[in-house]
Design a protein around this ligand. Structure first.
Ligand code: ADP
Ligand code: ADP
Length: 234
């Protein structure tokens, strides 16, 4: 089954002349670990914003977690897509804002109108999923290490039980140990049935963790294959 299907998609930002994405077609299967690679300006952020339901295409269509998106999709339907997809920003400082870890993780579930009991359970479950002790709940997220902050940001997204998890350069600024631990965690989440889409510049991470790689250049997909195939000489 496919988690994301994109067909003949074009996207242009308002008041610009050239397309940020042109003629994209691709399929991401459920439970794949996909890496999106490409230079700055190649269209990676625009592509994941479309998958996250933040923007809609000019032409072409997407199917994300069973929901269809095209140029005529209404805001409320885009919002449904947004709620089935979890987006972890590049730097946790962009995502964390509350005084305590608990409040931060509870923000999304509360926004979705869940009951107090459901919220508490989702916070505890999310902390467990990212391997953080429940005792951290009362701490300020900003007092944590870089790796822990990343985990809190991921927990905040997981608390909403997304079908698809998008991570934008999740290991940016982390040291080698924290990077390896975080990637292992992401792989574990992937093994537990979450489709993972990771934007990265680290080819080593692609080779080691991804099972599908999409390479972008100038708004186009220039490779859509397995890491093994991309990195082989033949
Ligand atoms: P990447 O994430 O690979 O760096 P982007 O998706 O951010 O690439 O950018 C793709 C193209 O769209 C670039 O040419 C970029 O300048 C342009 N672009 C990105 N965001 C905007 C915006 N908000 N307004 C206008 N153009 C944009
Ligand atoms: P909607 O109104 O469709 O729920 P929002 O943009 O208000 O869209 O929020 C969607 C999700 O994005 C939220 O459930 C939340 O998890 C996340 N989010 C929004 N703002 C923040 C924020 N400041 N910090 C962390 N997460 C946020």
């Amino acid at each position: 089954k496919s988690a994301v299907t994109i067909k003949d998609l074009h996207y242009k930002y308002p008041n610009t002349t050239s397309e940020a994405l042109s003629d994209i077609s691709l399929t991401i299967k459920e439970q794949e670990f996909v890496a999106i690679v490409g230079q700055t300006g190649s269209g990676k952020s625009t592509l994941v914003s479309l998958i996250d339901g933040l923007i809609k295409p000019e032409k072409g269509d997407l199917n994300v977690a069973g929901l269809k998106i095209n140029a005529t999709t209404k805001a409320e339907d885009l919002s449904k897509v947004h709620h089935r997809v979890g987006f972890v920003f590049q730097f946790p400082e962009q995502q964390l804002f509350a005084e305590t870890v608990e409040e931060d993780i509870a923000f999304g579930p509360r926004n979705l109108g869940w009951t107090a009991g459901q919220i508490k359970k989702s916070v505890d479950d999310a902390l467990k999923m990212v391997g953080l002790p429940v005792a951290l709940k009362t701490h300020s997220p900003f007092a944590l290490s870089g790796g822990q902050m990343r985990r809190v940001a991921i927990a905040g997204v997981l608390a909403m039980k997304p079908q698809i998890l998008i991570l934008d350069e999740p290991t940016a600024g982390l040291d080698t140990q924290a990077t390896n631990e975080l990637l292992k965690l992401i792989k574990q989440l992937n093994n537990k049935a979450t489709t993972v889409i990771m934007v990265t510049h680290q080819m080593e991470q692609v080779a080691r963790y991804a099972d599908h790689v999409i390479a972008m250049s100038e708004g186009k997909v220039i490779a859509d294959t397995t890491p093994r195939h991309l990195f082989s000489d033949s």
